[in-house]
Design a protein around this ligand. Structure first.
Ligand code: NAD
Length: 426
């Protein structure tokens, strides 16, 4: 199977052909601007020193500062981070926000660390990132197995680093300067400069699209939804779908999932996950594994976990009518072709999960302006960005008779090409 970055480049090649992208733009987008490989030493609770591998890939900043999450996961490697950083460049261009693309991560299973080890790791990672990030340079955010607490620690490390640098020159940061520096990272807790709604933003953006899809496609009264991954993106999506009256028939996490064709009680399931740490053992429904979950008969399938879960091997078994990709890179290019041949439509990650980065951009804006918005203001602004983007991509796909992913990439690449010509080719 191809790696995530190989898949990303195949997607780039496919849309570059449709658009007749200039070869120099293709060359520039094919590789990241900068790759940071970081050693992150951490004192463990037993007194030993462990050195973790950390990464930050700054893919492209033609539209604005590099932007993208930090992932803590045992399988994080440079290839994956490069793919995720590339997709961020495409994503920010799809929704047309003034941000570029980046991504980072640490190869670690944070569930195996104590709280104090996790804090020391995050503060040290922040220190290593600090010389290369900043509100106008590179703005990280949360991703898989990272959260607001980790963002707060990274932010504090960054501000300490800047304060020390100022001190070396006999200067001091003003309170105002320090406040603006909070914009170095998004997905912080609200009391530390986070935006209201950021914790629900990824799912909310995807949900606006699902609701529009349901209206457009005249589904049965209660469309059925299957969700893989029950973290930040997946669990909030389950709540939103249920609140809208859809039937959430199956969900899973890394250990497996549950299925009930009558619809699951999501509120109880969230409480169960919070108290036990997983979905398995929930009182309702039938136990299923992640492979079975993906192959269930359903109106909408929402992958909300990791890359490469729908491949050439299982694509022919997927029975959903639509896939809405809350996860990044869940469908390989080979699977994309099989699914299209079988008449299945995919709302691609670069559009479907762009609610996260859009509200991260709002958080950055609020920090820099020191003016904070209500949650309904945040979600209205998000809706005003994501729904027109969806409409436009749908139209491009219809006009050019191409799939939604290729249409989204073509739209993004055209914007990036224009930015490059305006900036560099004078
Ligand atoms: P999270 O850490 O909150 O949740 C991840 C979930 O995936 C957990 O429920 C975990 O148990 C599950 N999981 C892990 N391995 C699995 C496996 N092998 N099979 C099935 N489930 C598995 O992470 P998240 O923030 O919800 O991110 C999920 C996806 O959404 C990722 O692809 C991420 O890049 C993407 N995404 C997240 C954001 C964001 O703002 N958090 C924004 C855009 C895209």
């Amino acid at each position: 199977m191809s790696t995530p970055f190989e898949n990303a480049i195949k997607q780039l090649e496919k849309s570059a052909k449709i658009l007749d992208l200039k070869p120099q733009i293709f060359e520039l987008l094919k590789t990241p601007d900068r790759i940071l490989e970081l050693k992150v030493p951490v004192k463990m609770d037993d007194g030993s020193l462990r050195i973790f591998n950390g990464y930050r890939v700054q893919h492209n900043n033609w539209a604005g500062p590099y932007k993208g999450g930090l992932r803590y996961f045992p399988t994080v490697d440079l290839d994956e981070v490069k793919a995720l950083a590339f997709w961020m460049t495409i994503k920010t261009a799809v929704v047309g926000i003034p941000m570029g693309g980046g991504k980072g991560g640490v190869t670690v299973d944070p569930r195996k660390l104590s709280d104090s080890e996790l804090e020391r790791l995050s503060r040290e990672f922040g220190k290593k990132l600090a010389p290369n990030i900043g509100p106008y340079i590179d703005v990280p955010a949360p991703d898989v197995y990272t959260n607001f607490k980790i963002m707060n620690w990274v932010k504090e490390s960054f501000i300490d680093f800047r304060k020390n640098n100022y001190k070396k020159f006999g200067l001091e940061l003003t309170k105002q300067q320090e406040k603006k520096m909070q914009a170095v990272i998004t997905g912080k807790s609200v009391d530390q400069g986070g935006s209201l709604g950021r914790d629900r933003a990824t799912a909310m953006g995807g949900f606006f699209i699902i609701r529009s899809l349901v209206e457009r496609e005249h589904f049965q009264e209660r469309p059925s939804v299957v969700i893989q991954g029950f973290g930040n993106a997946g669990s909030v999506m389950a709540e939103l779908c249920l609140a809208e009256g859809y039937k959430v028939v199956a969900v899973s996490d890394s250990q497996g999932g549950v299925y009930d064709p009558q619809g699951l009680n999501i509120e109880k399931l969230i409480a169960h996950k919070q108290s036990t740490g997983h979905i398995l053992g929930f009182e309702q429904g039938e136990k299923i594994n992640n492979k079975e979950l993906l192959e269930l008969e359903t109106d909408i399938l929402v992958p909300a976990a990791l890359e490469n879960v729908i491949t050439a091997e299982n694509a022919d078994n997927i029975k959903a009518k639509f896939i809405v990709e809350l996860a990044n890179g869940p469908v390989t290019p080979e699977a994309d072709m099989i699914l299209a041949k079988n008449g299945l439509k995919i709302v691609p990650d670069v559009l479907a999960n762009s609610g996260g980065v859009t509200v991260s951009y709002f958080e950055w804006q609020q920090n820099l302006e020191d003016r904070y918005w209500s949650e309904s203001e945040v979600f209205n602004k998000l809706k005003d960005i994501i729904l027109p983007a969806f409409e436009q991509i749908w139209q491009i796909a219809e006009e050019k008779k191409i799939d939604l992913r290729t249409a989204a990439f073509a739209q993004a690449l055209e914007r990036l090409q224009n930015l490059w010509y305006n900036e560099y080719d004078r």
